[in-house]
Ligand binder design. Structure first.
Ligand code: G1P
Length: 300
């Protein structure tokens, strides 16, 4: 489905060091870790393309060459699969190369998500754009970006996505203080705080990794001081935009109630793999019946 707005550009930050996955990510980008049968990043690129964003910019860094290779053609491999008549595998490797127009820019010095987004300034220019974080996978059967795009069209400004989490989980996320918008299926963001302690959190609404941003965010990011973890935080820039006035100010949010899979740490990555594999056309039935026996045999 394409989005209702005219947003065409999407930024996918992929410069993180992946330290939570060491040693698996010592020589390989974390975005290339497979989720069932595809690298995690491919789900995100496919979601962006499905939402109608035709111009994708990936923010990469050192050790990220595999990302460019994955979305590029490999004529020799295609040739040998063609010669063998292996159409299924041929289609599987071509899928990633047909997803759209992907550009790359390097974030030389990884100084946080806000800084990664600022690296997109030249490419994006003066139009609203999307940001999709690779650790969050949104189930393709659920709509999020298209809903956010409709809100962005209505409100101008920036639109973020929130999800209710257990109160004790909020310190792993940006957290939003919101107020209902009369007659709207979205909310207005009054304030944002990056990874608050449970007792300081204004709500249990967590920021998830989908954003539609007004280009004014670049101006703000240029002077945003390092925040939590000594990194330039996108959350801090959005907090400033939420409180600002004039053109491009204001932040609204869609509260997502669909299926989101977190691939950001080892445990949730394993859970995401199992959850998605159970629904997989080919692998699902076999995995399900094995899982039932496996669980029945588990010790308490
Ligand atoms: C980033 C953002 C955070 C957001 C999270 C969503 O944090 O800074 O506000 O809640 O993504 O996944 P990270 O997970 O990169 O530490």
């Amino acid at each position: 489905m394409t989005n209702a707005s005219s947003i065409t550009k999407a930024v996918i930050p992929a410069a993180g060091l992946g330290t939570r996955f060491l040693p698996a990510t010592k020589a390989m980008p974390k975005e290339m870790l497979p989720v069932v049968d595809k690298p995690a990043i491919q789900y995100v690129v496919a979601e962006a393309v499905k939402a109608g964003f035709t111009d994708l910019l990936m923010i990469t860094g050192r050790n990220k060459r595999a990302l460019e290779d994955h979305f590029d053609r490999v004529p020799s491999l295609e040739g040998s699969l063609e010669a063998k008549g292996d159409d299924e595998k041929l289609e599987a490797i071509r899928e990633a190369t047909r997803l759209g127009d992907i550009h790359y820019v390097r974030q030389g010095d990884p100084r946080g998500l806000g800084h990664a987004v600022l690296c997109a300034k030249k490419h994006v220019g003066h139009e609203p754009f999307a940001v999709l974080l690779g650790d969050d996978l949104i189930d393709e059967r659920d709509e999020l970006l298209s809903v956010m795009a409709a809100v962005q069209l209505k409100t101008g400004g920036s639109v973020i996505a929130l999800m209710e989490v257990e109160p004790e989980q909020i310190s792993a996320y940006g957290c939003a203080n919101v107020v209902a918008v009369e007659g709207g299926d979205f909310v207005k963001v009054l304030g944002l705080v990056e990874k608050p302690a449970v007792e300081d959190a204004p709500s249990n609404l967590a920021v998830i990794g989908r954003y539609l941003l007004h280009p004014r965010v670049f101006e703000v990011l240029e002077h945003t001081a390092p925040g939590r973890g000594n990194e330039i935080q996108l959350t801090d820039a959005l907090q400033e935009l939420a409180a600002a006035e004039g053109d491009g100010a204001g932040v609204h949010a869609v509260v997502f109630r669909g299926r989101r899979y977190d691939t950001g740490d080892k445990l949730s990555y394993l859970q995401a793999n199992i959850t998605l594999a159970v629904d997989h056309e080919d692998l699902g039935p076999g995995l399900k019946s094995w899982l039932k026996d496996f669980v029945a045999d588990l010790d308490d």
